[in-house]
Unconditional design. Sequence first.
Length: 120
Amino acid sequence: MDRVAPVKIHIIGSVGSGKSTLARTLAGRLGIPCYELDNVVWRRSPGGDIRNSEADRDAFLMDIVNSPQWILEGVHHRWVSAAFCRSRADYFSGHAPRGKILPDYQTVFASAAGNQTGQL
């Protein structure tokens, strides 16, 4: 029987910081589901987005974080403590000032995925 390594990554950051791009890229490379927190808060419909109740939002979040593998991304932080508690890697995405080097997120996430080489 093959055992699935738990890969649980939570990416949080400001608008336009690259969270969604990073999350989709990692999800594609690791072959695991990716969730946007906006889609947990809002139910998308052709007539316009409808805000989920707090109970529905929280239940959806718990379904995600209780699954064996996930990448979760968004700007929300107050109601997502369950994601922080269950993630194996948290990455705070932000804009680096000119001349500054961003953290090597590839090594961070490869380690969280159980890859000791640091490569995704």
